[in-house]
Design a binder for this molecule. Structure first.
Ligand SMILES: Cc1ncc(COP(=O)(O)O)c(C=O)c1O
Length: 304
């Protein structure tokens, strides 16, 4: 009898460090207000599938069953890099649909070059097509143009129902360990899962890095798709986007450098720095109550 082909290795073969470490840090900006600070080191889960990327991608890689994985991102997307790395590590073909047709004629930046080196096939689309990528006809046309019909499609930022359910484990790992679990938000998928996994009396706090005020509705929709209804206690503080996605500025840079020196934590600037800055402010404002403990989820690491 012919032997069956070996199934491709699942993400568990990559030996993630789970549960991720939870570190207590002494920081007087919290201590003087009677607030305890913990760092949930999701950045240590895997050297290449870092932070929320592991939690969101692993269930999708399993669901892909060895098919080509196609996903979307901007020119500096952490998600595209993580998907490309997963493809190389697991022997899965990957296609990255990149926002900006104009980039096709320029040398690849360091982030896209890393994707390509990891074997990801890059397909550039104009911004208007990119905006409409979740409309079925546009998606079908993109798949055809990318020669990737039949691929397993993961949305931008990786936040589909599988990913949100994957992030629930982040909450369960924090059960009984903190009063508030705080995370920086892009699409809100990580927060949607985190909130669902927390225990009674705990709440999740999201710090959106994009300007816009639309995220609350997106998170409710993500929970609806992943769990058929709302889960857990969560709220957003929309004051800390620093002008929008990828905007930083000297104050945030100085804050992040100082945090790195105080605690020896490499601080990713686009998400994690904004989260930590928000938490220092909230401690000073008394919004984090005296006697409480907040766990800051370290969802990423700076890309060199
Ligand atoms: C480092 C980092 N932190 C946080 C997030 C936000 O995650 P989400 O899109 O699930 O809100 C992202 C985006 O994927 C990210 O790259």
């Amino acid at each position: 009898m012919p032997s069956r082909p070996e199934p491709p290795p699942g993400p568990a073969a990559l030996r993630p460090r789970l549960p991720s470490p939870l570190q207590e840090v002494a920081d007087d900006r919290f201590g003087r207000h009677g607030v305890g600070l913990l760092l949930k080191r999701d950045d240590l889960i895997h050297p290449e599938l870092i932070g929320n990327k592991w939690r969101k991608l692993a269930p999708n890689l399993r669901a892909a069953h060895g098919r080509t994985v196609l996903t979307f991102g901007g020119a500096y997307s952490n998600h595209l890099r993580a998907t490309a790395a997963a493809g190389r590590l697991l022997g899965l073909p990957t296609v990255g649909v990149v926002r900006g047709q104009e980039l096709a004629d320029r040398p690849l930046n360091a982030s896209l070059a890393r994707c390509a080196a990891d074997g990801m096939r890059l397909h550039f689309v104009d911004r208007s097509t990119y905006r409409r990528k979740s409309e079925p006809e546009t998606l079908a046309a993109v798949l055809r143009a990318a020669d990737a019909e039949g691929a397993y499609v993961v949305p931008e930022g990786g936040s589909n129902a599988e990913a949100v359910r994957g992030c629930r484990a982040l909450g369960t790992e924090l059960r009984g360990r903190a009063d508030v679990a705080a995370v920086a938000c892009g699409t809100g998928g990580t927060l949607a899962g985190l909130a669902a996994g927390l225990g009674p009396g705990q709440r999740a706090l999201g710090v959106p890095v994009l300007k816009g005020g639309f995220l609350g509705a997106d998170i409710r929709a993500l929970q609806q798709r992943a769990f058929d209804g709302p889960r857990g206690a969560w709220s957003l503080d929309e004051r800390f986007h620093f002008g929008g996605y990828a905007r930083t500025g000297p104050e945030l840079d100085a804050f992040a450098e100082d945090f790195e020196q105080r605690h020896g934590l490499p601080v990713e600037r686009l998400y994690v720095a904004k989260l930590l800055y928000a938490l220092v402010t909230l401690a000073a404002e008394g919004v984090l109550p005296r006697g409480s403990t907040v766990a800051a989820v370290v969802t990423g690491r700076p890309f060199p």
